[in-house]
Design a binder for this molecule. Structure first.
Ligand code: NAD
Length: 427
């Protein structure tokens, strides 16, 4: 499915912010500020390739709003990424950090590239040059990147090292999602998927679904999807299907997620297709496998790949009772209405996948104070913040009789408006 043929993503987020600001009587001076991104940097920079050629890449770093603290948001490496998508993702980060009430604003970055086609040395040179290009914006007190699609802890390590070289001393808090041995946090690698599981548990309770034996389908088996599948399996769920960009695998008795991870990391070459512990989905065709997965009868569906996967064209086929949005923006606005009309409980991205930014916040705090916590402490904190945020959103959902996405936006927009009004307008 082509994701970015038109500039729609930021418009969709803005329309929702606009409508909900209207319903809530949010002051006009706050609403208009949220309709634009505060800072947008586009960079075109050269990278020497292994064969001696020089290629020019385009990258972005966008800060949507930093009223509540330094801006925070991942960096995406993807061949189809466009500025509009980065703006939309930055705005979602503003909302997300406000929903879980951590002292951050929202940002996002990206480079148009296909990391699968780059060697490690090319990826390193690209990352280091992009870091210098966006160093106008990033810093531990101003704007703090993290991993997203196509980036990982190693990429964060190169960013941290490059930024530190410019300063002349180590600055671990300039990025989060770093490897443990250079100031990463326990629990960060799996935090987003772990957070999805905490949310799935709370949502299942609302729907009176027993998680023990509940059936789950997961789209995407990268950082978020694989950790969500692993934590949901540990919680007693039966993960019956997993699909990624190359295909899908199905087992009605439940896939062995640890074996699937081993397969993906080894023989599978990064993908799930061909896994012996399940049947191939979609007759081996990746698009059909993903369509089949989204329409499977199951208790919980976790879209954890990319945006615009559940659309007006396929929403009617979704048979899950709960959708936990592991990805950012996986459901289009039209599809969202269809799912709600079908009585499906959709837990929106700004709440469901906030576990990553919560533990990123904990990593940043640990880096700033050079004092590190163990995994139990980090996970307890994560569980507490996610549960508090879910309960707050649920409370608004019940009181105001609105869906969970609207309720989450209401929580976030109230906090953002309060911060903006308290700070006032400079000068
Ligand atoms: P990733 O690159 O680690 O994994 C992406 C996965 O999606 C891969 O398995 C890939 O094969 C699959 N995929 C890509 N295109 C697909 C397609 N067209 N159809 C089916 N599968 C496809 O990325 P990630 O970090 O796991 O991020 C996934 C989503 O979660 C993104 O929307 C991202 O913005 C969001 N997210 C990530 C984090 C984080 O901490 N990494 C935090 C919050 C939200």
């Amino acid at each position: 499915m082509s994701r970015n043929t038109e500039e729609q993503g930021f418009k969709n987020v803005k329309e929702l912010i606009n409508d909900i600001c209207g319903q809530m009587n949010i002051p006009e001076i706050c609403r208009v500020r949220l309709m634009e991104c505060e800072r947008e940097l586009t960079v075109h920079f050269p990278v020497r390739m292994d064969d001696g050629r020089v290629e020019v890449f385009t990258g972005f770093r966008v800060v949507h709003n930093d009223s509540r603290g330094p801006s925070k948001g991942g960096i995406r490496y993807h061949p189809d990424v466009i500025l509009d998508e980065v703006r939309a993702l930055a705005a979602l980060m503003t909302l997300k950090t406000a929903v879980v009430n951590i002292p951050y604003g929202g940002a996002k970055g990206a480079v148009i590239c296909n990391p699968e086609l780059l060697s490690q040395t090319e990826l390193e040179r690209l990352t280091r040059r992009y870091t210098v290009e966006i160093s106008l914006l990033i810093g531990p007190d101003s704007d703090v990147p993290a991993p997203d699609v196509g980036t990982n802890p190693q990429v964060m390590a190169w960013i941290m090292d490059t930024y530190s070289m410019g300063k002349g001393y180590s600055v671990p808090a300039v990025v989060t999602g770093k490897p443990l041995d250079i100031g990463g946090s326990e629990g960060r690698l799996e935090a987003t998927g772990h957070g999805c599981t905490i949310i799935a548990q709370l949502a299942a309770k609302q729907k009176q679904i027993n998680l023990e034996g509940a059936t789950v389908a997961v789209q995407g088996f990268g950082n978020v999807g694989s950790a969500a599948a692993r934590w949901l399996a540990r919680a007693g769920c039966r993960v019956i299907a997993v699909a990624d960009v190359k295909g899908g695998t199905y087992n009605s008795k439940g896939l062995n997620i640890e074996d699937l991870l081993k397969y993906r990391n080894g023989e599978g070459g990064g993908f799930v297709a061909g896994f012996k512990g399940g049947e191939a989905m979609g007759n081996g065709n990746a698009k059909l496998a993903n369509a089949e997965l989204l329409g499977l009868p199951c208790d919980i569906l976790v879209p954890a790949a990319l945006e615009n996967q559940i659309t007006a064209a396929n929403a009617a086929q979704v048979k899950a009772k709960i959708v936990v949005e592991g990805a950012n923006g996986p459901t289009t606005p039209d599809a969202d209405r269809i799912l709600c009309d079908k009585g499906i409980l959709v837990v929106p991205d700004v709440l469901a996948n906030a576990g990553g930014v919560v533990v990123s916040y904990l990593e940043w705090v640990q880096g700033m104070q050079s004092f590190y916590w163990d995994e139990t402490e980090v996970n307890n904190y994560l569980g507490g913040l996610m549960t508090k945020a879910f309960n707050k959103v649920l409370h608004i959902n019940e009181d105001e009789k609105v869906d969970m996405r609207t309720a989450a936006y209401m929580v976030a927009l109230r906090r953002l408006a309060t911060a903006m009004m308290t700070r006032g307008i400079f000068p």
